[in-house]
Design a protein around this ligand. Structure first.
Ligand SMILES: *[C@@H]1O[C@H](CO)[C@@H](O)[C@H](O)[C@H]1NC(C)=O
Ligand SMILES: *[C@@H]1O[C@H](CO)[C@@H](O)[C@H](O)[C@H]1NC(C)=O
Ligand SMILES: *[C@@H]1O[C@H](CO)[C@@H](O)[C@H](O)[C@H]1NC(C)=O
Ligand SMILES: *[C@@H]1O[C@H](CO)[C@@H](O)[C@H](O)[C@H]1NC(C)=O
Ligand SMILES: *[C@@H]1O[C@H](CO)[C@@H](O)[C@H](O)[C@H]1NC(C)=O
Length: 505
């Protein structure tokens, strides 16, 4: 009998020790999470310490490792130390929290290592010429000291990031323009971190995508063809097959013809709705905010009780692709007293009305339409109206450093279309919680604000920083591709060819 028992008691011991080991391992795991969370929670909701160390980019830039600070790589708690600027925090402990938790230490005067950007001098027909600006003298660029060309108003403005980013690079060369430089223009492309292509592609789509009866092709198509020919003949493009290029395509239909050829570049987009993942994806590309069309709520002293409308929506109901939820929601919400559900896009005269509507609502609904994103989210942020986002595939700007759950409510489409679900959820959010989110909105709104000259922590600077965070991954990939470059197999250099989509990223 004893013999018969022993295997099973062994089994028990074995199981027991497995259990002990498991308990031990999981408590270690929990403990380590405790320390990690503890070490990060104090830094608030947006942690710029997660950004690459400014020295990081410069190290990558010239391959000089002597500027590495040992502190930067010494493991402390968690793996955060790799990216954290320990030194600066110690030296300037007071130098944080400019924006309710945003650490600005990486932007102080001493340690500023802006992203170095080479910008092609494309003919003006690709950029300010589209704004009816005429070049004077030899320069293809406006002289910002005399006059800054204006961007057309109205709905064109939503996708105007191309204008603000280009102006900022130009301004980086003009002494005396007060701006905050996360990026500077350099004239020597060998010294640049990235190569910027100043084509105002959204404006080109908005203004010139109609085919003129006398021509076979729209001006937008022609410009894209010209651009493609230009780029692929440049030594900068050939060097790395365009992988270090930054191309703007914020309007979902911009660059429609050339995107499949330019895919190795970093695209700056509104969302990925109309892109196959091998052409554009979160790993490679940068999502930028729309410019809001609703007026900012300056000196907002409203509160939960003074905003009478519970939930606000304005937009078209019937949309293609993924917009079906709008109709469903309309039928679910149309009879609710404190819900404003109105159709029609915001036209010129509608902006004032929509501004008043959003400024007097507690929550603003963002439902996927033709594309996963829309300017409505940024209108809501500018109105300090807590966004309720129903868009399963939405990608949000700078989400690697910004926690949207602190000022937005996300609802899965499948839940939102259930009877009563949405309103029960929203009504369950009481004054305290709403006020916290409203407070956050006021703190983050500047991150979505486009302006010239650009200032610290606005959308232009945030986009440059998002581009800077892509640089290490590009360098990694390029260096890997170089491993076997001494062997004849790559003849002209694998790096020069435009590879087929998918085998790079
Ligand atoms: C590397 O940086 C150090 C100090 O910044 C400098 O003295 C040295 O010349 C640099 N070396 C190269 C190869 O750039
Ligand atoms: C800040 O940077 C500017 C430009 O590089 C320089 O002229 C100025 O002396 C710096 N100020 C301080 C306090 O270091
Ligand atoms: C551009 O930069 C590279 C690398 O720093 C340098 O070798 C080259 O001489 C520079 N070219 C010009 C025209 O200054
Ligand atoms: C338009 O296309 C037709 C036939 O493809 C061609 O004969 C004609 O010359 C083209 N016109 C222009 C303006 O390119
Ligand atoms: C906001 O408040 C400031 C200071 O009280 C005031 O100077 C400014 O005119 C106000 N702006 C608006 C748009 O009311």
């Amino acid at each position: 009998m004893a013999e018969k028992h022993s295997p099973s008691s062994l089994g028990i011991i074995c199981r027991k020790s497995m259990l002990c080991f498991f308990l031990f391992a999981s408590s270690l795991f929990m403990l380590s999470w405790y320390f990690v969370l503890h070490s990060t929670s104090s830094s608030g909701f947006i942690d710029l310490s997660l950004l690459p160390h400014p020295k990081f980019t410069s190290v990558i830039g010239n391959g000089n490792s002597s500027s590495w600070n040992r502190k930067d790589v010494e493991p402390s708690i968690g793996n955060r130390a790799i990216l954290v600027d320990n030194e600066e925090q110690e030296e300037n402990p007071q130098k944080k929290d400019d924006l309710g938790g945003v650490k600005c230490s990486s932007f102080d005067n001493n340690s500023r290592h802006p992203l170095k950007i080479f910008m092609y001098d494309l003919p003006s027909e690709f950029h300010f010429g589209l704004l009816d600006w005429k070049p004077q003298g030899d320069s293809v660029w406006p002289d910002l000291r005399t006059k800054v060309p204006e961007y057309p108003g109205g709905l064109n403005l939503q996708h105007s990031i191309e204008y603000w980013l280009t102006l900022d690079l130009l301004a980086s060369e003009v002494p005396g323009i007060p701006r905050d430089g996360s990026a500077v223009r350099v004239r020597n492309s060998s010294e640049a971190d990235v190569i910027f292509v100043p084509f105002f592609s959204s404006l080109s789509y908005n203004r010139y995508s109609k085919v003129n009866p006398q021509q076979n092709k729209s001006k937008d198509k022609l410009l894209q063809e010209k651009l493609l020919k230009f780029l692929t003949s440049q030594k900068e493009w050939k060097r790395y097959g365009g992988r270090d290029h930054v191309i703007l395509a914020h309007h979902p239909n911009s660059m429609l013809d050339s995107r499949v050829k330019l895919w190795p570049a970093i695209f700056i987009l509104a969302d990925f709705g109309r892109y196959p993942p091998n052409i554009a994806n979160v790993g490679k590309d940068v999502i930028a905010p729309y410019k809001h069309v609703i007026r900012s709520y300056v000196n907002d002293s409203s509160d939960f009780d003074s905003r009478p409308t519970l939930l606000y929506f304005q937009g078209a109901i019937y949309r293609k692709d993924g917009g079906f939820a709008r109709q469903e929601l309309f039928y679910l919400l149309k009879d609710e007293k404190d819900v404003h559900f109105q159709f029609g896009s915001v036209q010129k005269d509608g902006v004032g009305k929509a501004s008043r509507g959003m400024h007097s609502s507690k929550f603003c609904l963002n439902i996927a339409g033709d594309t996963p994103s829309s300017n409505r989210l940024f209108d809501a942020i500018a109105s300090h109206c807590v966004p309720v986002i129903i868009s399963d595939d939405i990608e949000l700007p700078y989400e690697d450093v910004l926690d949207y759950s602190q000022f937005c409510i996300f609802v899965r489409t499948s839940d939102a279309v259930r009877e009563k679900f949405l309103l029960n959820l929203i009504r369950s959010i009481k004054k305290d919680e709403w006020t916290r989110m409203w407070q956050r909105l006021k703190e983050v709104e500047n991150l979505f604000e486009f302006q010239y000259p650009s200032r610290e922590g606005d959308a232009v600077q945030m986009i440059w920083q998002a581009v800077a965070r892509k640089v290490p991954a590009i360098r990694l990939k390029l260096n890997k591709l170089r491993r076997f470059s001494r062997f004849g197999t790559q003849k002209d250099g694998e790096l020069r060819k435009i590879p087929s989509p998918g085998n790079f990223w």
